[in-house]
Design a protein around this ligand. Structure first.
Ligand code: C2E
Ligand code: MG
Ligand code: MG
Length: 719
């Protein structure tokens, strides 16, 4: 039994020991379990804290294996603008901004479906349409069998940083764009070239260059990018203001519906439109300056400078193509009279109209230039012969002589044309212009209103004119001048009423040169001032001499030229000569012509009034040739009208002239002005004039101009 018990005990002992050991181990396990639980609880609480913290910072969402959202945290909802219900069941395309290309998303799916974590910066769009950037990590979650069953997305909002980066990048692009555009504006570009530059730089500088398109409208012109379409999905625009006026627009558009980066991109196009406006203002000013430098202000025709260029081109062209070029030098006949009598405004209108008419007579490739004053030059390019130039000259004569309806009047004017042809009459612009000018003078000399081709003979005449000028300069000191006196007779007593001093030039080789040959030359060269002084002094000395010899000397009329009359020292010069010679103004009459009076009415009235007050008698010479209205005479303190010889000549046969004389006499009577008929040659003329009530005559019928000695016989001794 004992044995049996001992055996049992022996057999049970290990079991008991095992039991004890198990118990100890259970206790140990229990203790461990307890510790683990504590750890788990601690970890769980930490996890909850982490989760809360992450939830505050990150946008967390969980999607199923198809990518449909099954869970989204509140930060996700807050940033995206959607609430949880709106998100659940949707895939992430609900957030798509459209900014990333398709390949971006393909790559994302490829990575996560292989079980790898995907990380990128993603631009999303809120429910309200605004863009935001998130730093995104997508972690695929596997179940116990290793299959991917969830996708955990954790996103951190990086919009602020992204915006800053974009802004810096964009600013860099924009400032680069502006710099390039300004560089282009500094170089000499045409409007079209510059606009193309602007369009290229602007579209490259915006956020989505590949879909950017632009247009510039400027002063009626339109410039566009190659991809331009009339209707943009999105559009920005800025006005182009030039000199205060809106003259165009800069438009920038996206071909797809992408948003502009505002306000920066609007600012950019505002700055470019403003710069373009300033550039265009400068361009217009430059154009105006170069236009003014090469064109005549009044008529808008090319001026002398541009003409020189055009002639040089025409010569080069004619030389290459074995052609000719012609220069037509055109001078209006008696334009000065119209200008002086009707005023500069009328004269200007007439010149403008002349320019228009000349242009209408030539081809587009020919040039019509204004040389100055009433002179125009027409350049005919590539003509084959002289006849072509002659035909154009005829056309011009015809066009110019048509009446000009200006200021309620019908004005008439003619022109004289001189023609020089390249290469026959000169090889360069200077010679051709000079020779056409010579030919024009010739046309004037032979009666105006015609055209003349330049000939070598004309050169001879010009040489002669030059020699005459040299001789005229020395004529006074060589004592070649002499004064003649032509009586003015008063009817019916046939008494010497007055006389006119007329200048003669006794040239050592040419003999007696008439005033018609040298007075104009003296006027043109200014020599008339000193010659006029000589005449006045000589006349005064003669009067004094006659008076000292006891003669009653009637008034002596002195011709004053226009240039003398305009001379500021006229009154002072006359006074000095009278003082030097001791002659009184009551011994003299001063003759002026109509045209001198009309130029500067106030000034003319002032000078004449001064002379009248000094005691001079004043007369208007060659009356009737100035085409002026009779009415203006009442403004001037005039004593005598001298009717021009051209009216007297045909007075008996020409009813028109007779009517004019009758009108002048009637008006003179009203104004209490005496009348002298000039150039009376026949008894019939005297009879007619007497019948009309004209009593004073000057003319060959009574006496030709006489020397002082010859005239002396007609003077009466004073009592
Ligand atoms: P004018 O002042 O009208 O002088 C009258 C001109 O007519 C004179 O010509 C005279 O000889 C001419 N004449 C007079 N009666 C008759 C006639 O019956 N038949 C014809 N066919 N002619 C007649 P002249 O002396 O040749 O002078 C021409 C012009 O030259 C003058 O015209 C005057 O404008 C200008 N002139 C003459 N002497 C002077 C002067 O000392 N100074 C200025 N500035 N001009 C002068
Ligand atoms: Mg006279
Ligand atoms: Mg006269």
């Amino acid at each position: 039994m004992v044995m049996a018990l001992l055996l049992l005990n022996w057999q049970l002992m290990p079991l008991v020991r095992k039991l004890v050991r198990s118990e100890q181990e259970i206790e140990k396990v229990n203790a461990n379990l307890h510790r683990s639980k504590e750890i788990i609880e601690r970890n769980l609480s930490e996890l909850t804290h982490y989760n809360e913290a992450v939830g505050k910072l990150a946008l967390v969402s969980v999607a199923d294996q198809k990518g449909l959202i099954i869970q989204a945290n509140s930060k996700f909802c807050e940033v995206s603008g959607y609430n949880e219900e709106e998100l659940i069941g949707q895939d992430h395309r609900i957030l798509n901004s459209g900014i990333h290309p398709k390949v971006f998303w393909t790559e994302m799916w490829r990575t996560v479906s292989l079980g790898d974590t995907w990380h990128a910066e993603v631009c999303n769009r809120t429910k309200g349409g605004e863009l935001y950037w998130v730093d995104t990590t997508i972690v695929p979650l596997r179940d116990s069998s290793g299959r991917i069953y969830r996708y955990l997305s954790v996103r951190v909002d990086i919009s602020a940083r992204k915006q800053k980066e974009l802004s810096l990048c964009q600013q860099l692009k924009e400032s680069n764009c502006l710099q390039l555009i300004r560089q282009a504006m500094d170089s000499e570009l045409s409007v079209s070239k510059l606009c193309q530059h602007i369009l290229a730089h602007l579209t490259a500088a915006v956020q989505y260059p590949e879909i950017a398109s632009a247009k510039i409208e400027l002063a009626g012109e339109q410039f566009v990018t190659d991809n331009y379409v009339e209707v943009f999905a999105q559009r920005l625009s800025a006005e182009i203001i030039v000199n205060g006026n809106n003259i165009g627009e800069l438009q920038l558009g996206y071909l797809e519906s992408k948003l502009f980066w505002l306000p920066e991109e609007q600012n950019l196009i505002d700055i470019i439109a403003n710069d373009l406006g300033r550039w265009y203002e400068r361009k217009l000013a430059d154009q105006r300056i170069s236009y003014l430098a090469t064109h005549d202000n009044l008529t808008g025709l090319p001026n002398w400078h541009l003409l020189q260029d055009r002639i040089a081109q025409a010569i080069a062209h004619a030389g290459r193509h074995r052609k000719r070029a012609a220069i037509l030098f055109i001078d209006l006949d008696r334009f000065k009279i119209i200008n002086d009598s009707l005023g500069h405004e009328m004269g200007d209108l007439l010149l403008k109209e002349t320019g228009i008419r000349l242009r209408s007579c030539v081809r587009a490739e020919d040039t019509v230039a204004r040389q100055g004053g009433d002179e125009f030059v027409v350049l005919l390019q590539g003509i084959s012969d002289h006849q072509s130039a002659g035909a154009v000259a005829k056309k011009i004569l015809e066009a110019i002589k048509q009446p000009y309806p200006i200021g309620g009047k019908k004005l008439h004017i003619g022109c004289s044309i001189g023609i020089a042809v390249f290469p026959d009459d000169g090889e360069n612009a200077d010679i051709l212009l000079k020779n056409s000018d010579i030919a024009m003078y010739h046309a004037k000399e032979i009666g105006r209103n015609n055209y003349q081709f330049f000939t070598a003979d004309m050169n001879q005449q010009i040489m002669e004119r030059h020699l005459l000028e040299t001789d005229l300069r020395r004529a006074a000191e060589r004592k070649e001048f002499q004064l003649y006196f032509q009586p003015v007779i008063d009817m019916p007593e046939q008494k010497l009423k007055s006389m006119e001093a007329l200048l003669r030039w006794k040239h050592p080789k040419l003999g007696s040169v008439p005033p018609s040959k040298f007075i104009l030359l003296a006027e043109e060269t200014g020599m008339i001032i000193s010659i006029g002084e000589w005449v006045l002094k000589e006349a005064c000395l003669q009067i004094k001499a006659w008076q000292e010899r006891g003669y009653q000397v009637p008034r002596v009329a002195i011709n004053l030229s226009a240039r003398q009359f305009r001379c500021k020292t006229l009154v002072a010069d006359i006074t000095r000569i009278l003082n030097e010679t001791g002659v009184s103004p009551s011994s003299l009459t001063l003759e002026i012509t109509e045209s001198m009076l009309i130029q500067n009415v106030d000034e003319a009235v002032e000078i004449l009034t001064q002379l009248r007050l000094m005691g001079f008698e004043l007369s208007i010479d060659d009356f009737g040739t100035g085409y002026s209205s009779l009415g203006y005479l009442k403004f001037y303190p005039i004593n005598i009208l001298k009717i021009d010889r051209s009216f007297i000549q045909n007075i008996v046969s020409e009813p028109n002239d007779a009517a004019i004389i009758a009108a002048i006499l009637a008006m003179a009577k009203t104004l209490k002005v005496a009348v002298i008929a000039e150039g009376v040659e026949t008894q019939e003329q005297v009879t007619f004039l007497t019948q009309q009530g004209c009593n004073r005559y000057q003319g060959f019928y009574f006496s030709e101009p006489l020397t002082a000695e010859e005239l002396e016989s007609k003077l009466c001794a004073s009592q």
